[in-house]
Each structure stands twice: as C-alpha cells, then as structure tokens.
Design a protein around this ligand. Sequence first.
Ligand code: SF4
Ligand code: FES
Length: 204
Amino acid sequence: MSEILLQIDGKAVKADEGKTILQAAQSENIFIPTLCHHKDLTPYGACRICLVEVEVRGRKNHVVSCLYPVARDLIVRTRSETVDKVRRMILEELLAHAPNSPELVHLAQEYGADKDRYERESSFCILCGLCVRYCAEIKQKNAVGFIERGARREIRFIPEIASTECWSCQECFSLCPTSAAQATYFLTEALAFPGKRKAPSDSA
Ligand code: SF4
Ligand code: FES
C-alpha cells in the first residue's frame, strides 16, 4: 500500500492510500469535529459536520472528511470562513432537535451557533445512525433500526429483540450524542415489554 503525502492546516501529513482525510488528520492529532463517525463502524456521512476545504492545483472544494480519501498533494484546511459557516448552520438545525445535547452545545459555542435559530422540534435523535450501525455491525443484533423517511425518519427498537438483548448490553447509549437511544429504549420497554426483560438464553 503506497503512502500519500498531503498537507493539513499547513502541516505535512503522511497517510496510507485509501485512508480518509479524517483518519489522516486524527493520526496527527488535528481535530475535526464529528457526530456520526466511529472508528470501528462503516463511514456514514450523515451529519456533514466534518466538512473541510480541500485544494487541488489551485481549485478549492468542500468535502466530507470522514468519506473523502487522501490524495497526493491535497491541501486541506479544517477551518475557514465557509467551513465554520456551514458547521454553524448544521449545528443550528441539529440543536432544534436536541437543544440540551452537551456535545452539540459545546460545538455551538465553538462555532457561534444560535441554538434558538429554529423552532424546536425536539425529536432528540439527530439521526447520526451510531446506535443502529453499532448494533448491526459490532453486536450483530439489529435490535434498533431506522423507520420512515425524510422528516418522519426516526429510530425504533424492535421489542422482540430488545427484550432479550438490550438490558445486558446498552452499549449504544454512551455512543449517542443526545441520549435519544437510551430514552427510546426505555420507552420501548415501558410500552412493549414492561418488566418482561428476558435473558438471551430464555428466548431459544
Ligand atoms: S438515537 Fe442517538 S445514536 Fe441513535 S441515531 Fe439517534 S442520535 Fe444517533
Ligand atoms: S462525521 Fe463525517 S459526516 Fe458525520
């Protein structure tokens, strides 16, 4: 595998071919904010907060760094007026859904985002897909998934699976940037199997 030399925020960075800009930056402790990224999960590209400016032979563009592969002589800027503006707009939209998320509130301070810009639609879930992908790819249980499309899209725990798998796991709770995964699980339990958690061995 060949090594690629690029530049991130003025620093020469080496990365293996096939790595993303985000991976190259993280290997040099250069911070790029992320909300839907997890190093062990398939990249998803949902939140767009990791947007960066790239320049190739004088031509500038903006790309999602958790998906975009490194390339020879690429010049990357993790902050610029446009990058900050886009991140601010993304955060203002997400804060309408999850205004009390510590992670969002912290980023909002960094980028000057107004958490009251949009009318509240507190679904709490920002659709980052971390819980869904973690449960499918790492735990291989598929106890939680997305339902519906567009503005009606949301996560849903499958009671038949959740009642046997989730109580002893709960690993997705700490991944969730808004605590929506935890809240949705407990709501599912209260409505669908109150007091009826089963050990996985009981379901055979
Ligand atoms: S419940 Fe949390 S982890 Fe799951 S998709 Fe929503 S915000 Fe992401
Ligand atoms: S972290 Fe890259 S799109 Fe979410």
